[in-house]
Design a protein around this ligand. Structure first.
Ligand SMILES: Cc1cc2nc3c(=O)[nH]c(=O)nc-3n(C[C@H](O)[C@H](O)[C@H](O)COP(=O)(O)O)c2cc1C
Length: 157
């Protein structure tokens, strides 16, 4: 299947997660495009779409991720869509399920998204006293890619 992974990323961490997902989907046999959300002109040539955004200030999902859902909400309503957020600067995302923040929840409803996951984040330089480190886990990403793949295969069966 042809899959789009679109991301909204300020400092590259969420872009990296989108690329990991893209590689996992390719390994699972899909044809994948990974793009910044502000660079998505059309979604109609894809069979499924994943949109991921970086979390900021407890209430904000990156604008490029929001843009994809806003611009293409009609088309997205008619296709399988999953969303992800990133990310807590600790182990919490692998220890428990972290629900979407309210604006992401609303976006999920608007496009009829099938699911959402929160992945750990990454911070390379000290910022506002936040911890520096990388809590993105390739195996967490891989597991989610496999779940999505299984759903898409079940749809086609
Ligand atoms: C100023 C600032 C505010 C942040 N606020 C949140 C937040 O509210 N929730 C959260 O989970 N992570 C928060 N983070 C962590 C980022 O989401 C994390 O660093 C993420 O990996 C950044 O993604 P990006 O590199 O794609 O921009 C914050 C980071 C910074 C620097």
């Amino acid at each position: 299947m042809r899959l789009l992974v679109a991301y909204g990323s300020k400092m590259g961490g969420t872009k990296g997660l989108a690329e990991m997902l893209g590689d996992d989907f390719r390994d699972l046999g899909h044809d994948v495009e990974v793009r910044s959300g502000d660079d998505v002109a059309d979604v109609s040539s894809f069979d499924a779409v994943v949109v991921g955004g970086a979390l900021y200030y407890f209430i904000s999902w990156h604008k490029d991720a929001k843009a994809v859902l806003r611009r293409h909400h009609k088309a997205l309503r008619e296709m399988p869509v999953w969303l992800f957020s990133s990310g807590p600067l600790d182990e919490s995302a692998t220890e428990k399920e972290i629900p979407p923040i309210r604006p992401v929840m609303r976006a999920m409803e608007r496009v009829g998204a099938r699911g959402h996951i929160t992945f750990g984040g990454r911070l390379e330089e000290s910022n506002r006293g936040l911890p520096v480190g990388d809590w993105r886990k390739p195996e967490h990403v891989r597991k989610w890619a496999e779940q999505i793949h299984a759903e898409l295969v079940a749809d086609g069966a």
